[in-house]
Design a protein. Structure first.
Length: 443
């Protein structure tokens, strides 16, 4: 499911916004992905597609906390220099530039030379306290916060960085009361440009583009501390939108007694490969899979490549159910030994025209409806026999309009037909008699 768009931006009311939204709200990491919707168990090798995953997959990225606004600048106390007109004023521009030049110059010198150099120019700072309990320490110019400085809100939120005529603008560092932080570019008080947001505890982290306080452009969001669950790609208005790759955390490996047995160690058999996390790579629209994309369920050994809409297979695509044989560890191998469907999809189900290839060599080509063979189709058995005709809800319809059922074993698809239906038609008695008379006359 997709989250409602988070509120962001500066408040229209004077004074600071209340406690900013915590990054911890909804930042649970995900480590699974839902399988495709209800694939017919008659056509799957392991009938696992109807089983819900243990953990819901589509966890939308949590909204970042809101930037607080500067309070109405009603100064209750000021300490610092003033200009000739009595306005708050420090030598921020010249001193800051001189300090940067001094640092750059001394970085190129050896340590011995640095000791003999004079000290860096001292900065002159002002300190102002505002109505409501907020404060600012930094540079002033013409009575306004201008240059670099630190602003502290009463609720514990703080910002350190560039100011431009009483506006947070340039590059800086936000810190929220819950411990989440942002470091990067800001414009008019909002995260805008390139920057890094780190959530509570450091597990959740986003690095990339921002626009007006929201994730926008190219960026990567990590959901956990191990950084094995992440999305990398395009964003629009805080949502995954465009082209991107989503990888979920792999399941925890299970150490079996067989894997740790002395026999395995004695034979020096290679350890099984570590489990991989499910992966989707392709198009996104408003936090949902859309357009062309490929989803690989490593935990269920399934793969779908094709069109998507609203997180479901929709359009044209191919779904492959891999077997569990030891010699088929790669999803890209042994394709002919797997059940696979290539054709039309509608809202996560086989719907339209498509071909289902069975692992035992049987094949069905024809019409589908809601994951069932329905309409006109051709079924080819593994021994070469062919049935061509109508199907109704996965069952073959005979000429007398009764239905012949399909066995429940997807690996051995058979049709329960009368034996005469599978034998060539015998000549009628009348035809045999006529043939005999003609032969006698000729003699």
């Amino acid at each position: 499911s997709s989250p409602t768009p988070p509120r962001t931006g500066r408040s229209s009311s004077p004074g600071p916004r209340g406690a900013p939204r915590s990054a911890a709200m909804g930042d649970k990491a995900v480590d699974g992905e839902a399988a495709p919707v209800a694939v017919n168990s008659k056509d799957t090798a392991d009938a696992t597609a109807d089983t819900a995953p243990p953990i819901p997959a589509e966890a939308p990225p949590p909204p970042p906390p809101l930037e607080p606004t500067l309070s109405a600048l009603i100064v209750t106390k000021y300490e610092g220099a003033r200009d000739e007109a009595g306005r708050f004023h420090t030598v921020s521009a010249s001193v800051a530039e001189d300090a940067k030049k001094w640092e750059a110059k001394n970085d190129e010198k050896p340590n011995e030379a640095k000791k003999s150099d004079e000290k860096p120019p001292a900065e002159e700072l002002g300190h102002a306290e505002f109505e409501g309990g907020h404060s600012y320490t930094g540079h002033f110019s013409g009575g306004m916060m201008h240059g670099t400085g630190e602003y502290h809100w009463k609720d514990g939120t703080s910002y350190e960085g560039d100011f431009h005529w009483n506006t947070i603008h340039g590059t800086g560092h936000f810190t929220w009361p819950d411990g989440s932080t942002y470091e990067g570019q800001v414009a008019r008080g909002l995260r805008h440009g390139k920057g890094t947001f780190t959530g509570v505890g450091g597990g959740l982290m986003y690095q990339g583009g921002w626009r007006c306080g929201e994730r926008h452009g190219q960026g990567t969001l990590w959901y956990n501390e191990t950084k094995d669950c992440y999305y990398e790609g395009e964003w629009r208005n805080n949502k995954r939108h465009g082209q991107g790759l989503m990888r979920w955390s792999p399941p925890k490996p299970v150490v079996t007694s067989l894997a740790a047995s002395p026999t395995r160690r004695k034979k020096k058999e290679p350890a099984p490969p570590p489990p991989q996390g499910n992966v989707y790579e392709g198009g996104w629209e408003d936090d949902l899979k859309a357009g062309l994309g490929t989803m690989t369920w490593y935990d269920k050994r399934e793969r779908y490549e094709g069109e998507w809409k609203a997180n479901l297979q929709n359009g044209s695509g191919e779904h492959v159910w891999m077997d569990d044989r030891p010699d088929s560890n790669s999803l890209g191998t042994q394709k002919q030994m797997c059940n696979r469907y290539l054709g039309d999809w509608l809202e996560g189900t086989r719907y339209g025209v498509g071909t289902f290839h069975y692992a035992n060599g049987a094949k069905y080509y024809g019409e589908w409806k809601a994951n069932a063979k329905h309409g006109y189709g051709v079924f080819t058995f593994e021994d070469g026999h062919v049935y061509e005709g109508p199907f109704d809800s996965d069952r073959m319809v005979e000429e007398d309009h009764s239905a012949a059922s399909v066995t429940d074993d997807p690996m051995q698809p058979q049709l329960h037909l009368r034996i005469n239906d599978l034998l060539p038609p015998e000549p009628s008695i009348a035809a045999a008699a006529a043939a005999g008379s003609a032969a006698a006359a000729a003699a």
